[in-house]
Every structure is written in C-alpha cells, then in structure tokens.
Write a protein that binds this ligand. Structure first.
Ligand SMILES: Nc1ncnc2c1ncn2[C@@H]1O[C@H](COP(=O)(O)OP(=O)(O)O)[C@@H](O)[C@H]1O
Ligand SMILES: [Mg+2]
Length: 237
C-alpha cells in the first residue's frame, strides 16, 4: 500500500484511482436509491481490516440492525468485526431524537461534536456517513448549508481520517441532493442505475478526485454475492 493512498478494497476500483482515495481526503459518493451506496461504504470499511485501519460508520437514515442484516448476505460479519474493536456502527437515531424538539434533524455542528467524541474512543482511520442528505433539512438556506458543510469537511480533512460521505440523488434532480456537495468534497463518485432493454445496469463514474490522475470512463459494475465488483476494463457510453 502506498503511504499517501487509502485502498477502497473494492475489486476493480483502486486501479482506476492510483491505488485508492488520497489519504486524509473527504470523498463523496452519490446515486439513486438502491444503487449500492451503503454497500460501497461498508465494503470500504471492511477492507480496513486488511490494513489495520479501524472503521466508523454513522447510520443516519436506517437502523443499524438493518445494515448488519443486509451485509450478512455479502458474507460480511459486522458484529464479529465490531466485537474485535475494528469497527463501530453508530446509529444516529438517538441524537436525532434529542434534537427533534428543535429542528427535527441534526446539523453538521452536532455531527462534528458527536464525531469528535467517537473518534477519541474508536481511533478510527476510515469514516463513512450514511447519509448526509437529510442534514440539509436542518438549514434554512443553501448558503448556511454550504458554509457549515464546508466547515465540517475542513474538520474531517484535518484529522488522520479518510472519509466517505454518502448522498442520495433524486431522479431528474441533478447528481446530488443539494447540488453543492460535489464542489466541497475532494472527490466525487457517481453510481448509476439505468434501464437497458428492460434490465437494470449499474455503473460507476469517477467525476473528480483531487491529487489523482483518475480514470474518467463510465464503468459497469456488478453486485455479486461478495459485493460490488467494478469492471475496470469495460466502459459503457
Ligand atoms: N444478495 C444480493 N445479491 C445481489 N444484489 C443485492 C443483494 N442484496 C441487495 N442487492 C442489491 O443491492 C442494492 C442495495 O444496495 P444499497 O447499498 O443498499 O443501495 P443504496 O444505499 O444506494 O440505496 C439492492 O437494491 C439490490 O439491488
Ligand atoms: Mg443506503
């Protein structure tokens, strides 16, 4: 492993991005519902085992037992991994409840406070937030959202941490939920789900990655019993 790259561990992907995410970067992945974003995130954390890098997964829009259950189907035993102290899945449902009286949903500031204490106890080097889409609802204006997101991303970058933020795209509404996330992050990967002759085709495109000579093609990928596998040699138009 190169010192300045963090392998995603997703078969076929790392060779498209010079071996992995830039170390200490903040990466963004977007795609419609069912496109494989959560699976991508868990695979990234799970690969941390190989490099002895602990993982932290913040669940915002589902509950942790669903995540554990879904990943069992791909042969990933998250509970055992948690038992070893290598992974922590944190259900943010609880802090959402606390804030419900105020504005209904946590903002980046609360997330940062929470993260700060979690990082202290877990000493995680890989972080996934699934997802940041709902956080935008905490803000009255796009300006406020942009500013707080920017501050939050800067905070992440200053840690010894390589992060992946997940955001859900809505069909016909652009690549990301708020249209600003991709400008603030260091990298931007888009998962696609297209209907071709009555079948769904999954694709992955690296739209941007700082400090990286990356591939720009739209690559088909499969979800196999082992998870996401990107066809790095194939491209679709
Ligand atoms: N055992 C499986 N084998 C193959 N594909 C699966 C399996 N389980 C789930 N999937 C596919 O993976 C998708 C879920 O991916 P997920 O990461 O939850 O998507 P997202 O987080 O983008 O909504 C499902 O919509 C389904 O198409
Ligand atoms: Mg998901």
């Amino acid at each position: 492993m190169e010192k300045d790259r963090v392998p995603t561990g997703i078969p076929g992907l790392d060779k498209l991005i010079q071996g992995g995410f830039p170390r200490n970067s903040v990466n963004l992945i977007s795609g419609p519902a069912g496109s494989g974003k959560s699976l991508f995130g868990i695979q990234y954390l799970y690969a941390g085992r190989i490099f002895n890098e602990r993982g932290l997964f913040f669940v915002l829009e589902e509950n942790r037992s669903n995540v554990v259950r879904a990943m069992k189907n791909f042969g990933m035993d998250l509970q055992a991994y948690e038992g070893d102290g290598q992974l922590q899945l944190i259900d943010l449902g609880e802090i959402k409840l606390v804030n419900e009286e105020e504005k209904g949903i946590v903002g980046f500031q609360e997330l940062k406070d929470f993260l700060q204490s979690s990082l202290k106890t877990t000493r995680a080097r890989r972080l996934v937030i699934d997802s940041i889409s709902a956080i935008g609802l905490h803000y009255r204006s796009l300006e406020d959202l942009r500013e707080e997101m920017f501050t939050f991303i800067r905070f992440l970058r200053e840690r010894d941490l390589t992060s992946l933020l997940i955001t859900e795209s809505i069909e016909g509404m652009g690549l990301t939920r708020y249209g600003i996330e991709q400008f603030v992050a260091d990298s931007f990967i888009v998962l696609g789900l297209e209907e071709v002759k009555g079948e769904l085709r999954r694709t992955l495109t690296i739209r941007k990655m700082r400090f990286t000579k990356h591939d720009t093609g739209k690559h088909p990928f499969l979800i196999t019993p082992q998870g996401i596998e990107v066809s790095s040699n194939e491209k679709v138009v």
